[in-house]
Design a protein around this ligand. Structure first.
Ligand code: FES
Ligand code: FES
Length: 167
């Protein structure tokens, strides 16, 4: 009778800057970035839907670029800078994109909303005046089961206006 060695789960300590604050934790190598944020750092604004890169609910900014955090391992983010939906508002003052979604009723249950807002932020940082087609392209990367997208589109247009006013 042979005994086969089972692969051992390995873990390592990582350090990231999340919403301007340095955070460290010891994580399993196989843990996703989304699960690390939610379970280890208790930042549950990053939602998990499909867990395979389709729905966009888990979108956040990694070094300023929108990424699907369900498709990344936490260890891949070691030493990097992360921005999540929790980092947008300043106290009681909503970020302009959040304000726009509130004004234009761009959400219902809100499950998809954080991810859409983070993608919108990445788009507007790159291109403050996207065309309607460019907005549709970004929104096409997100699944929303509630809104029908009309009000989400209006919210992004309103966010562009607010940013134009220096918000
Ligand atoms: S949970 Fe990451 S894309 Fe759906
Ligand atoms: S608001 Fe419910 S899934 Fe988008």
């Amino acid at each position: 009778m042979t005994t086969e060695a089972r692969p051992q789960a390995t873990e390592r300590t990582i350090s990231v800057v999340v919403n301007g604050e340095r955070r460290s934790a010891t994580v399993l190598d196989r843990k996703t970035l989304a699960d690390f944020l939610r379970e280890d750092l208790e930042l549950t604004g990053t939602h998990v839907g499909c867990e395979h890169g389709v729905c966009g609910a888990c979108t956040l900014l990694l070094n300023g670029r929108a990424v699907r955090s369900c498709l990344l391992l936490a260890v891949q983010a070691d030493g990097q800078e992360i921005q999540t939906i929790e980092g947008l508002a300043k106290g009681d003052e909503l970020h302009s994109i959040q304000q726009a979604f509130w004004e234009e009723h761009g959400l219902q249950c809100g499950y998809c909303t954080g991810g859409i807002i983070m993608s919108t932020l990445a788009m507007l940082e790159d291109n403050p005046h996207p065309s309607d087609e460019e907005i549709y392209e970004v929104l096409g990367g997100h699944l929303c089961r509630c809104t029908g997208y009309e009000d989400i589109f209006k919210s992004v247009k309103r966010a562009i206006e607010l940013r134009g006013q220096g918000r």
